[in-house]
Design a binder for this molecule. Structure first.
Ligand SMILES: Cc1ncc(COP(=O)(O)O)c(C=O)c1O
Length: 490
């Protein structure tokens, strides 16, 4: 597709190789040449492309443009909050004093960086209403593991050794049961009611003396605010358990709801979603944990501390009294934490509140515009994302998978598909706050057009995408047995 004039810049570099062409000229050595200890160590059979520097740049730039990204396309991937990442975040994290810092340098020489982390801990405590914050965990799922290990440490410290059961709603992200199981708990599923809330009757029947706690996502992965959440927290507390909050969907609540005030004891935040830091491909991320007073002694190490010296405050690192230990090499993913700090400072309290307002407004706009075209299983006001089902289209011959593939031809990244599992043919759309009205309208039109195509020309939809460099990939084999070697044809 992206041919450069009459030359295809994406032609493999090996195929563009011309003997003797060089891309870089090395300076003359300023030390005497030394003979190699063993010339047989030099491999002569190594086939490397001989190309110019511009060819290399053109090649990789053209390849990068074959992909979808938040800087090139609308990216409504539900549950992932693929919002625009303002470039000022990167500029600040590239400042030499921050980018060049080393985690092992003496703390006296890193006071500015530690102050930044300390203030970020304060911002996140304020946002969640939970006073203790640990920044060192490197992803949402990592934060979940930290939270569950803290839950375990809390019960064990009280001599409560039988509390092994963790309740998790059937709408939960797969990482929730995985994290609870990794921390040694037995996972028990709680069903949702017909409104998408935790079924309170089922919850009451499940709580008992073996209950360690509940893991709950708010808003849920159905994009719904659980209206029974206070009763859920009270029920679990009355039974002696703790409430874990999966805060991956904080984009819907920023500046409006403090999870601590609702009764949550521990929450993780995905900075790489809500706080506009890069993510994808498993990193780089940050999944800080925020906890109530009762869990502060168990936070992962280190936490950043402030003490008052004679004059200016002094920042340090400390291991909480009954810490669950270290879960990452140093203080966390520093460059990502700097970006989130910048984002929060840039927006301020009012700006953060506007984010959740616009994210929820945008999702409701899409929901209202599309609910006559795509089946809406939970027809009530949604939060930051809306979950449709492609059942109506499937009955006419094109599945959810085929519809989202067809969206690529219209220039939109696919929404999340077939999740949450409790919605058949689920299409989970999260527009975020950062897209314009015009973009949302274009997306709505594309989904309406595709619906029409399903009736008029189902083969067109079933064969999509038609305009991308590659069409249907074998994703499982590509992930499990990637073939990354170039071999000469024949
Ligand atoms: C609701 C929810 N919880 C947890 C996670 C896990 O977060 P991470 O991908 O950062 O590990 C996600 C990620 O998509 C999520 O959507």
């Amino acid at each position: 597709m992206t041919g450069g004039g009459n030359r295809d810049t994406t032609k493999l570099l090996m195929e563009r190789s011309v003997p003797g062409r060089v891309g870089a000229v090395l300076p003359q050595p300023d030390v005497p040449a030394q003979p190699l200890p063993d010339p047989s160590l030099l491999r002569t059979e190594l086939d490397l492309p001989e190309v110019s520097e511009p060819e290399v740049v053109q090649y990789f730039t053209a390849l990068s443009q074959r992909n979808f990204s938040i800087d090139t396309h609308f990216y409504p991937l539900g549950s992932c909050t693929m919002k625009y990442n303002p470039k000022i975040n990167d500029e600040v994290s590239f400042l030499p004093g921050l980018a060049g810092i080393h985690p092992l340098q003496p703390l006296e020489s890193a006071q500015g960086a530690l102050e930044l982390l300390y203030r970020l801990q304060g911002f996140l405590a304020e946002i969640t209403g939970l006073p203790g914050v640990g920044l060192s965990t490197l992803a949402g799922a990592h934060g979940e593991l930290a939270g569950m290990l803290m839950m375990r440490a809390y019960h064990l410290a009280r001599g409560d050794t039988n509390r092994r059961q963790v309740l998790i709603p059937d709408s939960a992200h797969g990482t929730n049961p995985a994290s609870a199981a990794m921390a040694g708990f037995d996972v028990v599923t709680v069903v949702s009611d017909d409104q998408g809330n935790v079924d309170l009757k089922a919850l009451h029947e499940l709580v008992g003396p073996n209950l360690a706690g509940v893991m709950i996502t708010l808003p849920s992965t159905l994009g719904l605010f659980d209206t029974g959440i206070v009763e859920v927290c009270q029920t679990v507390h009355q039974a002696g358990g703790l409430v874990y909050g999966d805060g991956a969907n904080m984009n819907a609540l920023l500046g409006r709801v403090k999870l601590g005030a609702l009764g949550f004891d521990v929450v993780h935040l995905n900075l790489h979603k809500t706080f506009s830091t890069p993510h994808g491909g498993g990193g780089p991320g940050a999944g800080p944990v925020c906890v109530a007073d009762s869990l502060i002694p168990h936070l992962p190490a280190p936490v950043v501390t402030q003490s008052s010296g004679d004059g200016a405050p002094v920042y340090g690192l400390a291991a909480p009294a009954r810490t669950i230990g270290k879960l990452s090499g140093f203080h966390g993913n520093f460059g990502v934490l700097v970006r989130a700090f910048t984002y929060i400072l840039t927006l301020g309290g009012e700006g953060l509140r506007a984010i959740s307002g616009n994210a929820v407004l945008n999702a409701n706009y899409l929901m209202e515009a599309l609910k006559d075209t795509y089946y809406l299983p939970y027809d009530r006001r949604c939060m930051h994302e809306v979950v449709f089902s492609a059942d109506w289209q499937k009955a006419r011959g094109a599945s959810g998978l085929e519809i989202v593939k067809r969206l690529l031809d219209y220039g939109f990244h696919a929404p999340t598909l077939y999740f949450p599992l409790i919605v058949h043919e689920a299409l989970m759309i999260e527009p975020t706050e950062s897209e314009t009205w015009e973009t949302l309208d274009a997306f709505i039109q594309a989904l309406r057009d595709i619906d029409r195509e399903v009736t008029e020309d189902p083969e067109l939809v079933r064969g999509a995408p038609h305009t991308t460099p590659v069409s249907r990939l074998d994703e499982a084999t590509a992930a499990r047995q990637p073939d990354l070697r170039w071999r000469a044809a024949g």
